[in-house]
Structure formats: C-alpha cells, structure tokens
Write a protein that binds this ligand. Structure first.
Ligand code: HEC
Ligand code: HEC
Length: 400
C-alpha cells in the first residue's frame, strides 16, 4: 500500500539527481553520483512529504545555491587551507607531531567506515569553553577546530571542521600522499576510488555535500564530541569502539579542565549512559545513534520521515515509537512492511537496508563501501530478542 510513495520518491530522486549533475557540477568529476543520490533522496523524501521549504531554508547547498546573503559587516566565510599542515594540527609537520594543546578523543559509538582506523582531535581557542546547556547539542566557541584521520594500511585522508566567525562550519578533507609525507585539500566533489580496500571495495573521499548530508542534518554538526559519546561509562559492546586510554579526553576531563560549562546537573552528577533493558539493547541503540542518528532524528530536515534513531539525553530513545512495529514509509514489492518487526530480523526493513550496499537501498546512504557485519549481528540478535515497544518506550524518561 506504500508502493505509490516509493515510486514517487525514487523517480523524483532520479530526476533531481540528473538535474544536480547537469546544473551544479559541469566541471566536477562524474564521481558524485553517490553524493547526488543522497542529496536527491533527502530532497525527494522531503518534497514527497510536502515540505520543500526546508531545502532553501536549512540546506541551500542541497538546492544547488551556494550563495549566501552577505551584509557589509558580516565576517567573511572561512576558506579551507591548501594543506593539512596549514590547518594547524601539527606543531611539527615534518615529523607529524600533533600540537600539544589539541586533545585526542574517541566517541564510544563510532561511525563504521569499512574498518578504517581513526584518530580524532579537537582544539579550542585559549580561554574558551563549550556551552553544554543543551545536553544533546553542545555549542562550540568560534575558532573551534576538529580533525578526523582515516587510515587503512596507511593514512588515507584527514577530515577537518572549523567554526567560523560567521557561525558557519567549514568542511574540508585532506588526501595523504602514498608515502604519508603530506596531505593536500581534496576537490570540492571528493575523490572516487581513492584507495583500494581488501576484498576489492574502494574507499571514496567524500565531497563537501557528503559532509553536509551527515553533519548538517541534526541539531548539531558535531556528531562524535558530545556528553553521550565521551561518557566515561563506556559501552563494552559498542561495535568498533576504540579502547579507552588515558591519552583520550573524556567528559570528566572536560569538566575538570573547565572546558564545558552549563552542563545540566543530571549529567554532571552521573555519567551519561543509554537506558536499556539489556547490554545488547544498550549497544544496539548506541550504534543506531552514532551511525544513523545524524540523519534520522526529530529535529533535522529528515524529521518528517518520522524515524528517530538518535538517542537523546533529554528524552531517551524514540526507536520504540518510531521504528519498532512501525510501518515503512517507502516500500516496493519485496521490501519488508515494518521498519523493525519485533522478534523477526529478516522481516525488518532496517536490517534489509543495512545488509546491502546497493546504492538505491543502502543505509547509511553514503560513507562506506562494505556492509558492517558486526553491527548487523548485534542488531539481528537484539531484534530477535524482541524489542517490545512498551518496554523500550518506558526508557524515555529513565536516567541512570
Ligand atoms: C556517512 C556520514 C558522514 C559523512 C559523509 C561524513 N561524516 Fe564526519 N562524522 C560522521 C559521524 C557519525 C562522526 C562521529 C563519529 C565518529 O567520529 O566515528 C563524524 C565525525 C567527524 C569529525 C570529528 C568531529 C565530530 O563531528 O565528531 C570531523 C572533523 C568530521 N567528521 C569531518 C567530516 C568532513 C569534513 C566530511 C566530508 C569531507 C565528513 N565528516 C563526512 C559522519 C559523517
Ligand atoms: C546521510 C543521511 C542518512 C544516514 C546516515 C542514514 N540514513 Fe536512512 N535514510 C536516509 C534517507 C534520505 C532516507 C529516505 C530515502 C530512502 O528511503 O532511501 C532513509 C531511509 C531509511 C529507511 C526507510 C524508512 C522508511 O520508512 O521507508 C530506513 C529503515 C533507514 N533509512 C535506516 C537507516 C539506518 C539503520 C541507518 C544507519 C545504519 C541510516 N538509515 C542512516 C538518510 C540517511
């Protein structure tokens, strides 16, 4: 019965996708098919849902309009430096020594990127701190810099975000030379097949629109540096998580160094933690938060899809009310009817969409070339154990 929606969304998606390719990137490499697909899917989903206005309001980049109203007094937007060294990550670029006042961190629920080893750093301007009054969407001081390095057998790219005086985040990524001596700015539209992974899959360097698809679709652009992600009460079952170590900064360190302010009492008193009935459910909800919640949440452009996979320290999980036993919005002949069918992983659309890298179905829609088998196993087990809606819903206000 949802077939109509499905066809509408997919065909709209295709036409927007062609338009995007023809209009906004004549000189870009044909590379951006994936980018165009997700942008188009986002646009199509929302257009289908009847609120096209968000495209112009919240995501002019997806509407293909990069121009921004600039008044004479407005600070100039940041420009990405030509090399990683110029972003200021290293105190000595020749030996790749990271500056001493950048803190390394590791979110407890990391994003799956085909098994890449990742390192991340944050730098805050001296004397500045983070406003944590919204527990789910910290506000960072102007000048904040964040880096994320991706390595397979060697360093491949380092992604970079910086908050400009105009209130806009800069997104850029730097591609490492094969001998890892230096990294230079990647093209605006990314770089397809930048690195050959074992098993024949290829790593694509994302373009700026890809960054925005994931980072500009929720209440905060910073996805891995948050109260939940940096909690010292780490989830031992979280897939692909880095082991905690004293070199990594966590929430307690931030509090004791005075780097976060206005933290709600509930969070400073007890370490943030996902409320769940079982260790497995805690990890499943955490995985969905880290890997899907950036797009599937209740505040961003995709909110009207009514699928909230983000975990809120304020409201808890909405997975029970928006996914468990909930009918799929987009369906075709052979897709499951329910987003999550309690007790039946093989009848759950969420599992189906995570099990494929077919560009028309894959979830996440971009950012990886290989299916995350470890996460699938966790989610299948959790769904098989029957994530009954009432029990999960009871977590909403629960805090431990
Ligand atoms: C598939 C979605 C996705 C895409 C595409 C993506 N990111 Fe991210 N990024 C994430 C998530 C989720 C995290 C937090 C989890 C983690 O680091 O493992 C993150 C973390 C980061 C961080 C560390 C700060 C933070 O938000 O936690 C930086 C810097 C970053 N990304 C930059 C970029 C840039 C620049 C691009 C584009 C060139 C990009 N990302 C593309 C999802 C994405
Ligand atoms: C970059 C943004 C993005 C990320 C990240 C993302 N999704 Fe999606 N997702 C979408 C868009 C856009 C749609 C609607 C278009 C479509 O169906 O492809 C969608 C649709 C879905 C649907 C179908 C909903 C329905 O009712 O028809 C499911 C299920 C889903 N996503 C699950 C996930 C899961 C699970 C993850 C994480 C493992 C994830 N998504 C990550 C953008 C994203």
């Amino acid at each position: 019965m949802h077939d109509h929606n499905s066809i509408e969304a997919r065909s709209a998606s295709q036409s927007v996708s062609h338009a995007a390719r023809a209009e906004s990137r004549p000189a870009g490499p044909a590379a951006a098919a994936e980018t165009a697909r997700i942008a188009a899917a986002l646009a199509a989903a929302i257009v289908t849902l009847g609120t096209p206005a968000w495209i112009a309001l919240r995501a002019p980049h997806l509407a293909g309009d990069e121009s921004r109203a600039e008044s004479a007094s407005a600070p100039a937007p940041l420009r990405a430096p030509a090399t990683l060294a110029e972003t200021g990550l290293y105190s000595d670029a020749a030996s790749l020594t990271v500056r001493a006042d950048a803190f390394e961190f590791a979110p407890q629920y990391p994003l799956w990127t085909d098994g890449a080893a990742k390192r991340r750093w944050i730098w805050l301007p001296p004397g500045e701190s983070i406003d944590a009054s919204d527990a789910d969407a910290w506000r960072f001081p102007v000048g904040t810099k964040l880096w994320k390095e991706f390595a397979f057998e060697r360093r491949v790219e380092t992604r970079y975000m910086e908050l400009g005086a105009d209130g806009e985040w800069l997104y850029a990524t730097y591609v490492w030379s094969p001998e890892e001596s230096q990294a230079t700015l990647a093209p605006e539209y990314g770089l397809r097949n930048a690195y050959l992974l074992d098993g024949g899959a290829r790593h694509d360097i994302p373009g700026r629109m890809d960054c925005l698809a994931c980072h500009a679709a929720s209440a905060t652009p910073v996805l891995g540096f948050s109260g939940l992600q940096l909690s010292g009460d780490r989830d031992p079952l979280a897939p692909h998580a880095q082991a905690p170590s004293p070199e990594l900064i966590d929430l307690d360190d931030l509090i004791s160094r005075g780097l976060v302010r206005n933290l709600p009492d509930t969070l400073s008193a007890r370490l943030p933690r996902i409320a769940a009935r079982s260790p497995q459910e805690r990890a499943a909800l955490g995985y969905l938060h880290g890997n899907c919640g950036g797009c599937h949440n209740s505040s961003g452009p995709l909110a009207q899809l009514g699928l909230d996979l983000a975990y809120s320290l304020e409201h808890g999980s909405r997975v029970a009310s928006t996914a468990v036993g909930a009918p799929a919005r987009y369906r075709s002949a052979n897709t499951p009817e329910l987003r999550i069918a309690p007790g039946a992983p093989h009848e759950s659309l969420l599992i189906q969409r995570m099990s494929t890298r077919d560009p028309l179905l894959a979830m996440p829609a971009l950012g990886s070339a290989k299916v995350d088998e470890a996460a699938l196993e966790l989610l299948r087990e959790w769904i098989a154990a029957d994530p009954a809606a009432p029990a999960l819903a009871a977590h909403r206000t629960a805090r431990r």
